[in-house]
Ligand binder design. Structure first.
Ligand SMILES: Nc1ncnc2c1ncn2[C@@H]1O[C@H](COP(=O)(O)OP(=O)(O)OP(=O)(O)O)[C@@H](O)[C@H]1O
Ligand SMILES: [Mg+2]
Length: 249
């Protein structure tokens, strides 16, 4: 442990993931090395099956690598016991799943507030934390264009609306890192642009380190960096000198 905050928010060292499938072993990630500096907005690209979601799950500590390691803000997470890992995850990561994973029995607003319920801050008065959380949740939902859908349940929301609720939920605790799997995958261009604006705004104003898996060239054009996977390896890692420019579509 170090008491100096490391410059890199995420460090990936010779990360490998293989899965045994009957008698065969499938190598999904074949030795990845990279670091994401604090505050960077990185896009992970690559064709279907190249290992993007597997990588994101490992970055979040939702899955264990076969070998290699992931460090978040200086803490190696890959082999931590589950209770320690849950602690680090809870205060470090906001995650947006490719399949949203909203709780069906909770409204949009309650879904966004869920991380507050799960990671209740015992150091502040509970009522205070809750009202702060409520204001933050409402403003995030308004930011993704769902200010008038707070009391809707997931079944009463379209796929794209559910996706936006999941995005708001990922940011509600102001995590230093947000990992999102295809956050605009189900959105039309107007809503995609609104989500992009929210992401860029949170990246700038709160310094959130963002790692997004995306097929969307426009979205990737706004990233500071594009990492492309092919067949479980990094085949390109490019800095974008002027994010937002040159991504005509
Ligand atoms: N539990 C598993 N067992 C066997 N193979 C798996 C398992 N999970 C993933 N894979 C394989 O690993 C590869 C990478 O999967 P992954 O979901 O990471 O791809 P992806 O890049 O996210 O694709 P997409 O763009 O379609 O979401 C795929 O070929 C997939 O079939
Ligand atoms: Mg995927």
């Amino acid at each position: 442990m170090s008491d100096i905050a490391p410059a890199d928010m995420i460090t990936v060292t010779d990360l490998r993931k293989s899965i045994r499938n009957g008698t065969r072993t499938v190598d999904i990630l074949k030795g990845l090395d990279f670091s994401i500096p604090r505050g960077q907005f990185a896009a992970i690209m690559g064709s279907s099956g190249s290992g993007k979601s597997t990588l994101l799950g490992l970055l979040a500590g939702l899955d264990t690598p076969s070998s290699g390691d992931v460090a978040l803000n200086g803490t190696a997470i890959s082999y931590l016991p589950e209770d320690k890992l849950a602690q680090v995850r809870g205060r470090t990561i906001g995650f947006v799943f490719q399949s949203y994973q909203l709780i069906p029995t909770l409204t949009a607003l309650e879904n966004v507030l869920l991380p507050y319920e799960l990671n209740g801050d015992s150091s502040s008065a509970e009522g205070n934390a809750r009202s702060t959380g409520l204001a933050r949740a409402r403003s995030l939902l308004a930011g993704v264009g769902l200010g008038d859908r707070l009391d809707h349940y997931p079944v009463q929301l379209s796929g794209g609306e559910q996706q936006r609720v999941a995005l708001a939920r990922a940011f509600v605790l102001r995590p230093p890192i947000v990992l999102a799997d295809e956050p605009t995958g189900n959105l039309d261009s107007a809503n995609g642009a609104a989500v992009l604006e929210l992401l860029l705004n949170l990246n700038r104003t709160e310094g959130t380190t963002l790692v997004l898996v995306t097929h969307d060239a426009v979205l990737a054009g706004y990233a500071d960096r594009r990492i492309t996977l092919r067949d479980g390896r990094i085949v390109s890692d490019e800095r974008n000198a002027s994010p937002g420019e040159g991504s005509t579509e």
